[in-house]
Design a protein around this ligand. Structure first.
Ligand SMILES: [Zn+2]
Length: 94
């Protein structure tokens, strides 16, 4: 129940909040649903959002800052300091 053709899963809000906002919710939900990787142990679907922008991995226990609704944003990836990028690249080579 609560699915519509145009706004899909956010159809659960029925006629409330307006179509534009329901479409925005749909975009966020489709991004945050699954397939997010942990930056430390690289395991998929183990991340849990503990607050807006704070993410925790159930597998390795790391807690890190990310996007409000997705663990890593494209802007966050570009703003990451160079020395951290190089340590990341070194850890993936092992
Ligand atoms: Zn992890």
């Amino acid at each position: 129940m609560g699915k519509t053709k145009s706004v899909k899963s956010s159809g659960r809000y029925r006629q409330k909040y307006g179509a534009t906002l329901r479409k925005r919710v749909l975009v966020i939900e489709s991004k945050s649903a699954k397939g997010q990787k942990c930056p430390k142990c690289k395991s998929v679907d183990t991340l849990a959002r503990s607050a807006a922008g704070i993410w925790a991995c159930k597998a390795c226990g790391i807690k890190f800052a990310g996007g409000a609704f997705v663990a890593q944003t494209t802007l966050g990836r570009t703003m990451t300091p160079e020395e951290f990028k190089s340590t990341k690249a070194a850890s993936t080579k092992q």
